[in-house]
Write a protein of this length. Structure first.
Lengths: 219, 420
């Protein structure tokens, strides 16, 4: 297969397969998890405190001071790479064009120099987080193969996208095709790995906030 | 697989709900929960990372409730949880977890880890993997009526003493009182002042109260060990007494887990809402104060600080009242770092203080308390949990730190004006 045929495939059939599996996977997992249900709490709630599921969804996006001091790399690296990923995915003009192509609507993007910078910063943050995982005893202890695999799967789209735009290492067409393929692999794996926290973290925060909000504690 | 093991796994399958599924699906192995747990911070051993304590539960979840987990089990990729593993996890699920809930409030993805530890204990206890110390406490509570084996005559003897010492009547089995007062064994044996303080306060604010001869013990070892059936037996005893005596409010004693068991788990254990209110004694005092009923005189002048029992503050939502009360009777009330919502556990909650094998670890973890105390150097330490109080005293002794520990209710009672 020549480069162009490869690119055409990942843009067409490949993307269709990946997106279908992604949507199926997400729905499957959401039902698998949230279909289990929860029991109603019969204890009398404590009235009128500013605690709730919504509160916790919001509050856990920001570190507490004590926790931040103890795990600065995890927090700083984590926050930077999550925001960085979102910016690159959502505000790189070619990505927006693709979305417009598929769904019929789009939004203004950011200048490519900005995206460039954000990509590099995001990759650096991810590398720092990985190093932290390798050197910090607790993180190394908790880490499984899946943690490293998902790191690679998340890193690849960033790296290949950046290399493609910079015209480095491989011919542009081939690099672009690899980039798209790496995104497709990520999409397929996401629902069935810890990456699914992209969805469930909101459910978890909600539940935690709800259970404790019932007691009048804003967690 | 042994029969008890089978039962344990069945129980674990039953306790898994959407919350637990969501929590396990969200964990990113960031390790932030470790820094919130005193057993990790004071030992530096990664095995005490809160989420790791749940490994058996996670495996059961994965193998029973996820597509790939089921497949993995089918083709033999993932092995079922074994009896030996559960036995190994006993130390992690009981000795090194006080259900303090600090981990649950820091996890960035929002996992309520302590909720899961409580559920895992159901399976541990069903499979016979709970520590002996707790097993004994549960048996004594169910058969005798209290975890320390205290019977009614002991309570009656104390009533007599208190009546003689304080010159007031301690009502027993009085119908229609405003408050049904519960005790914890520790108060009956070690801190009789508590009962006297209650009598004085109730008299001073003009409320009626009573003890019950059928239910005087509020400590719930059934909840601590993770056996809901036994926890229900213990709660039912209190519910029956409260309903028989037509009490409007049941006061949970200065014991954190008794409060959680009755206030938050109670109705769920018996499967219907209570017909009465449940309040911790500190909440009641806070209410008296807010209503202007609580009159005190004089102030403590030495430097006092307050240790928040986890189940009262972070896990119970009573955080402000104790501070209002402290400031009412103490001129020089200082706060330790992390006091209030994020206070560090004494290390003996969740039944941990009843586990002999856990003592060494408990004392080691107590170093965090010593750091907190050293930061403010108080003359005396006030708290509102008889269990905390004993654990604190043991810890202080171990570290050769001279710091008297007192109960807040008694402190408040000491400042009541002399009855005319
Ligand atoms: S803090 Fe939360 S996400 Fe991080 S390791 Fe602990 S449970 Fe998992
Ligand atoms: S509840 Fe407290 S003791 Fe238990 S794991 Fe969490 S932080 Fe540690």
């Amino acid at each position: 297969m020549d480069h162009l045929a490869f690119l055409t495939w990942v843009r067409g059939t490949g993307l269709d397969i990946a997106l279908s599996l992604f949507v199926f996977g997400v729905l499957w997992r959401l039902i698998e998890i949230y279909g289990l249900g929860v029991k109603k709490d019969l204890s009398e709630p404590r009235a009128g405190e500013a605690a709730s599921g919504w509160h916790t969804i919001w509050r856990r996006s920001f570190p507490q001071k004590e926790a931040m001091m103890k795990s600065p790399v995890t927090y700083a690296g984590g926050i930077i790479f999550h925001f960085g990923l979102a910016i690159v995915v959502l505000f790189f003009v070619p990505h927006i064009l693709l979305i417009k192509d598929m769904f019929g609507f789009g939004w203004p993007g950011l200048p490519s120099q900005v995206i460039d910078l954000v990509t590099v910063v995001t990759m650096v943050a991810m590398i720092l987080v990985l190093v932290d995982r390798l050197v910090k005893p607790v993180k190394r202890f908790l880490s499984t193969k899946a943690d490293y695999i998902t790191w690679v799967l998340t890193f690849m789209p960033l790296l290949t996208g950046w290399l493609a735009v910079q015209h480095l290492l491989l011919p542009y067409t081939l690099m672009l095709a690899i980039h798209i393929l790496s995104v497709e692999i990520l999409l397929i794996v996401l629902p069935f790995s810890k990456l699914f926290h992209a969805f469930t973290a909101f459910g978890s925060r909600w539940y935690n906030g709800e259970v404790n909000g019932h007691k009048g504690v804003a967690v | 697989m042994s029969a008890t093991m089978e039962k344990g796994v069945r129980v674990l399958k039953e306790v898994i709900d959407s919350r637990i599924a969501s929590y396990f699906s969200s964990c990113v192995h960031c390790g932030i929960c470790a820094d919130a747990c005193l057993f990790y911070t004071e030992t530096g051993d990664p095995k005490y990372t809160p989420i790791h304590k749940l490994e058996p539960l996670r495996r059961v979840y994965e193998q029973e409730y996820t597509l790939f987990g089921k497949l993995g089990k089918l083709i033999g990729w993932s092995k079922a949880v074994t009896d030996a593993e559960l036995a190994e996890w006993q130390e992690l699920v009981y000795n090194s977890c006080t259900l303090c809930g600090r981990c649950s409030v820091v996890c960035p993805v929002g996992n309520d880890i302590v909720y899961m530890v409580r559920k895992l204990r159901e399976g541990m206890s069903a499979s016979g993997n709970a520590p002996d110390g707790l097993k004994g406490a549960v048996t004594r509570t169910v058969t005798i009526g209290s975890p320390m084996g205290i019977k009614l005559p002991a309570v009656k003897a104390q009533i007599k003493h208190v009546e003689a010492d304080y010159g007031l009547k301690v009502p027993l089995d009085m119908e229609g009182a405003d408050y049904l007062v519960m005790l914890s064994s520790m108060e009956i044996i070690n801190f009789p002042e508590y009962l006297g303080a209650i009598g004085k306060i109730m008299h001073s604010v003009g409320k009626t109260w009573t003890l019950s001869s059928e239910a005087f013990e509020a400590t719930n070892a059934g909840m601590q060990i993770g056996n809901s059936d036994l926890a229900r037996v213990i709660v039912t005893r209190i519910v029956d007494a409260a309903e028989k005596l037509k009490a409007k409010t049941v006061i949970s004693p200065e014991c954190g887990h008794a409060y959680t068991a009755l206030r938050w788990e109670g109705a769920n254990l018996i499967g219907r809402p209570f017909t009465f209110k449940v309040q911790h004694i500190i909440e009641v005092l806070g209410e008296f104060e807010a209503q202007g009923l609580l009159k005190t005189e004089g102030m403590e002048t030495d430097k006092l600080t307050f240790h928040d029992p986890c189940q009262l503050a972070r896990r119970g939502g009573v955080i402000k009242q104790q501070r209002v009360l402290m400031n009412k009777v103490a001129e020089n009330f200082v706060e330790m770092p992390d006091a209030g919502f994020m206070n560090w556990c004494c290390g003996g909650g969740g039944g941990a203080s009843a586990i002999e094998e856990g003592e060494e670890l408990r004392l080691k973890a107590f170093a965090v308390k010593i750091r907190q105390f050293n930061a403010v150097k108080p003359d005396r330490l006030v708290t509102a949990c008889a269990n905390c109080r004993i654990v604190l005293e043991e810890g202080l002794e171990h570290y050769a730190m001279k710091l008297p520990v007192i109960g807040l209710t008694e402190l408040v009672a000491e400042h009541l004006p002399e009855p005319k």
